[in-house]
Design a protein around this ligand. Structure first.
Ligand SMILES: Nc1ncnc2c1ncn2[C@@H]1O[C@H](COP(=O)(O)OP(=O)(O)OP(=O)(O)O)[C@@H](O)[C@H]1O
Ligand SMILES: [Mg+2]
Length: 269
């Protein structure tokens, strides 16, 4: 059992995605609003893309959480890469149809059209970079038939930028790109997370210089920032238990952030 002042802030920065932990930052709130209004437009597929750790899964889970109060919305956070399985699972989850036969696209569309919900159900697909081109093509055809509305996230790396172009630059896609945070936004992110959990004293330890250092080490990436702060507060927990005299509670020295960065591999010692 830990009684450290720092175990709570440490656990706030675990790398997990839970819509309840969503932090509102202006630029993201803006993106979220346009995402929400795009979802209500007919015949558009929405592509949320950006580098790893920029908050795509978080936005998708938030969308799921908010929409599910009023709409039929289904989250697939683990990709179903087998094409036959994909159509089967969709038929089962969305249209309550357990097929015995092989599920072709034609059959799937028949089932979907027979059900005809008043509002087109929304399907959220995370990690779409794992789907094959031919499955993506089927997803597009399902979308064209207006039986399901898709929102997908695509994790963009340098190599995948080409795929993103070929595949997703057609007019049916509404593309929304997420970016790393600026230092100013990262400050809001860190402060809001700590304050929401009532960690006022710990929030006060950070000055602008600390934030700038964190931002320059993590380039404003949310996942890297989480890892760095998790490691920072883990260090504090350790010192609190083993050498509390070394801890300063009213300020945060750069040295501590650097030690944490060495630990997470952001700085090579
Ligand atoms: N707006 C936000 N509020 C609170 N936490 C956030 C927010 N955006 C991102 N995070 C946190 O940052 C981390 C990375 O975000 P997320 O997993 O959504 O990134 P991603 O873009 O889906 O990355 P990948 O491409 O690797 O799947 C997660 O721990 C998530 O909880
Ligand atoms: Mg993700």
């Amino acid at each position: 059992m830990e009684h450290s002042l720092f175990s709570k802030p440490r656990d706030l920065f675990l790398d997990v995605v839970n819509p309840k932990d969503y932090v509102q930052i202006d630029s993201i709130a803006h993106i979220y609003q346009s995402l929400k209004s795009s979802v209500q437009k007919p015949l558009k597929m929405i592509l949320l893309f950006g580098r790893p750790g920029t908050g795509k899964s978080m936005l998708l889970h938030k969308l799921h959480h908010d929409l599910s109060k009023h709409q039929k919305v289904f989250m697939f956070d683990i990709p179903i890469v087998d094409e036959d399985d994909f159509l089967r699972v969709l038929a089962e989850r969305i249209f309550a149809y357990s097929p015995r036969e092989t599920m072709t696209l034609t059959r799937f569309l028949e089932i979907a059209e027979a059900v005809s919900y008043t509002d087109v159900p929304i399907v959220l697909l995370d990690e779409a970079q794992l789907y094959s081109s031919s499955l993506m093509e089927k997803i597009r055809l399902i979308s064209d038939a207006r039986v399901i509305k898709f929102v997908i996230t695509l994790h963009k790396t340098d190599k995948e930028e080409i795929i993103a172009k070929e595949h997703f630059q057609t007019r049916i896609w509404e593309s929304i790109e997420l970016h790393n945070a600026t230092a100013e936004e990262l400050k809001i992110y860190i402060q809001k997370k700590l304050l929401k959990a009532n960690c006022f004293d710990v929030a006060n330890m950070f000055n602008d210089k600390n934030i700038k250092l964190v931002a320059s080490l993590t380039k404003g990436n949310f996942r890297e920032t989480n890892k760095l702060l998790f490691s920072l507060f883990s260090l504090y927990c350790w010192y609190e238990e083993n050498n509390p005299a070394l801890i300063q509670y009213n300020a945060l020295k750069s040295k501590w952030i650097e030690m944490a960065a060495i630990h997470t591999g952001l700085i090579h010692a």
